[in-house]
Design a protein around this ligand. Structure first.
Ligand code: GCW
Length: 690
């Protein structure tokens, strides 16, 4: 069957400007690219596709410098190609970090050339995508002199794929792309997924869900596609991994597996998975041997332990260090890495307190090849949370920042919600203003540290369910590569590559994207830092989509006398987990940032804020301001009719209709709830009363 799906930001629409086109043609219509490594196959394919799209004709591909041409594009390492070695500072190129690249315009033996070079084959892939992006954005290539290195060594996507019936946990774009029943047979779409990821610098993918126990019941029918994630570690299924690994390897992406901490028992038939039992250590080591024999560049294991029904070291009277290190020792001979999630539950009634309490005391005890993967906030991907206090306070542990690309709590890709501004807020946060002063974005520059983005693309033709949600995947990769990039830069790149350069379109789509997150925060939380205002549902996989504030009193602390949670020195002491300057700021309602006020403080409904409005009136106002903003987003999108192709225009317009409807439901449900408790009327009479 012909697989029809969107090219996302890799559209390579024809260049309209004649002068640009002429210069691109001179330097890029002939391509001399080295061959050999799988990544070079990807480079050549991408150039063929990209140049044909941009320049309107397929490039000539050469195995040697094309002497008769006026110019050409050369792609290779200095060691492989004379034209490259002649044109660049070879030592500087060889000193580039893995993935780094150098682009240069040069004249070589009378020809006008562009040279793309790097220290590794993976770097050539990124350099190629960079050049194509440059041209897709219409930028000049006559005078290039660009060197880039990734800021973060690890730039990973966590794909929460359940081999079980091709589902993706928190994926809102249809069935899973991965067809586990047919793997290791490959689909074209795997390569296109890899292209999208590599084009923004992703270098690793975890191919299955951290919840490896779906389905929960034993003896599920494998013939029906009912394979549990933990089973992928069984010898008879490991071959499937070789298939995916070969597709991703071509684009410089390493493959990782989520494993179940109880695998020694479940897969290996041992009578324990106790990390301190010699037999368990031997079992993991033998399993690592087996995996690396099949996938020599395997990235490592991701583990969700002692959390939401997944087994962990606590089952064996051991701790997270014991648990992570036994796996780390098994992977060490191969340079593999354990990503150990800090999303754990424990004895605390308020989960916010748990993470720091559990992990900070373990600082420096993890093996070098362990990365402790921490969600950006202490709760769970809520529309806005404070930054987890773990960041900046575990200096002797390799940390990873886990972000959610998919929109579990931000409208599940029915609503538009651009996450880049939220991620920037996290990355720019100073974790210790009066101390070492390191921002979150500065914490992941060492080997073994980095970013992990939970993403859930699926079979939908547009990959992400909501077309505009593609921007989150794009933005995640760009920020993982360079967290200093400004939101506006990333947005501009994405919009131009995706919708073209018409100034009205660029401006409108940019404004829409930038205003989505504040709108969602408004109607779905009331904008003062409340958590978990959503409906849970009864299914095993909770819905988390509709409003349901009455369900989670423990998180938002609503009572008749007030709302919010005392996560401060009068309460559970969460604020005191931060370094002093931050602890003091959060502890005092006067200095606590307003957008997090009720995260840290339980306040009377009629407590007056600095603008004279009460807490409850502010909540009403913010909820309805969010609805109005959603309406404005819809109106602005409507102005693009005829300027964006009908299919994409209609799709997004329909989603905005739904978003406006749902935003209204959210604002009403939350306001009613606030009113029920407070009995304080809304000044503007918007709250529906029964
Ligand atoms: O918020 C919860 C999600 C679960 C997820 C879990 C986690 C993979 O609702 O779907 O499970 O977080 O991050 O482990």
């Amino acid at each position: 069957p012909i697989e029809e799906y969107d090219d996302c930001w890799l559209r390579y629409d024809a260049v309209a400007d004649e002068d640009r086109l002429a210069s691109y043609r001179t330097r890029c219509a002939n391509v001399y690219a080295s061959t050999g490594a799988p990544e070079l196959g990807a480079v050549r394919d991408e150039l063929r596709r990209g140049i044909e799209g941009l320049l309107g004709r397929e490039p000539h591909l050469w195995q040697h410098p094309p002497r008769s041409a006026d110019g050409f594009l050369a792609v290779g390492t200095p060691g492989e190609m004379e034209v490259v070695a002649d044109s660049v500072d070879v030592d500087a190129v060889e000193a580039l970090d893995d993935g780094g690249f150098h682009l240069r315009s040069v004249e070589w033996e009378g020809a006008d050339c562009v040279v793309v070079t790097a220290s590794t084959d993976r770097g050539l892939v990124y350099g190629t995508f960079h050049l194509l992006r440059h041209m897709a954005l219409g930028r000049p290539i006559d005078d290039l002199d660009v060197s880039e290195e990734p800021t973060n060594a690890e730039r990973i996507v966590n794909h929460w794929d359940n081999p079980f019936r091709r589902s993706v946990e928190r994926g809102y774009a249809g069935q899973s792309i991965f067809d586990w029943e047919r793997l290791p047979d490959l689909r074209e779409r795997y390569f296109d997924y890899a292209r999208l990821l590599a084009s923004v610098g992703i270098n690793g993918i975890v191919v299955n869900n951290v919840n490896t126990q779906i389905p929960d019941r034993e003896g599920a029918n494998e013939a029906m596609g009912e394979l549990a994630g933990w089973q992928l570690l069984e010898s008879r299924h490991l071959e499937k991994l070789t298939g995916l690994a070969s597709a991703f390897r071509r684009y410089g992406i390493r493959t990782y597996l989520s494993v179940n901490f109880g695998a020694p028992e479940k897969v290996g038939g041992l009578d324990t998975s106790d990390p301190n039992d010699e037999r368990v250590a031997e079992w993991w080591a033998a399993k690592a041997d087996e995996v690396y024999d099949l996938v020599p560049d395997f990235g490592g294991f991701l583990v969700k332990a002692d959390s939401e029904g997944q087994p962990g070291p606590y089952n064996y009277d051991a701790d997270h260090v014991d648990g992570a290190n036994v796996l780390a020792r098994a992977l060490e001979p191969y340079g593999g890495r354990v990503w150990w999630r800090a999303f754990v539950y424990g004895s605390h009634e308020d989960r916010a307190v748990q993470q720091y309490d559990t992990f900070e005391p373990l600082d420096s005890e993890f093996h070098d090849n362990v990365t402790v993967q921490v969600k950006n906030g202490p709760i769970d991907f809520q529309p806005r949370e404070p930054v987890s206090p773990v960041f900046g306070q575990m200096p002797d542990t390799g940390l990873g920042l886990e972000l959610q690309i998919t929109g579990e709590y931000t409208g599940q890709h029915v609503h538009a919600c651009y996450h880049v501004p939220m991620w920037k807020e996290v990355l720019e946060f100073d974790t210790d203003p009066d101390g070492h002063g390191r921002k979150v974005k500065e914490l992941f520059t060492e080997e073994g540290t980095g970013l992990a983005g939970v993403g859930g693309p699926g079979e939908d033709p547009n990959w992400t369910g909501h077309y505009l949600a593609q921007a989150n995947l794009y933005g995640y990769g760009r920020l993982a590569w360079d967290p200093d990039l400004e939101t506006a830069t990333i947005t501009d790149e994405w919009v131009r590559q995706t919708f073209g350069g018409d100034p009205a379109v660029v401006e409108t789509v940019t404004d829409i994207l930038h205003d989505t997150w504040p709108a969602v925060i408004g109607y779905s939380t009331g904008g003062l830092g409340l958590m978990h205002m959503m409906y849970n549902g009864s299914a095993r996989l909770e819905n988390h989509y509709d409003p349901g504030p009455e369900e989670w009193p423990g998180y938002h602390g609503a009572t008749e006398d007030g709302i919010g949670k005392d996560r401060n020195s009068n309460g559970n002491g969460y604020a005191q987990q931060y370094p002093d300057a931050l602890a003091e700021m959060y502890d005092d309602p006067e200095t606590c940032p307003r957008e997090l006020l009720l995260f840290f403080h339980h306040l009377p409904w009629e407590h007056e804020l600095d603008d004279g409005r009460t807490v409850v009136q502010t909540l009403y106002d913010n909820c309805y301001a969010g609805v109005e903003e959603a309406e404005r987003l819809r109106e602005r999108w409507r102005t693009l009719e005829g300027k964006v192709d009908d299919e994409r225009h209609r799709h997004v317009a329909e989603r905005f209709d739904e978003q406006v409807l749902q935003a209204g439901r959210w604002a009403d449900a939350l306001s009613e709830f606030f009113h029920d408790y407070s009995c304080v009327p809304d000044d503007e009479g918007r709250v529906p009363l029964d």
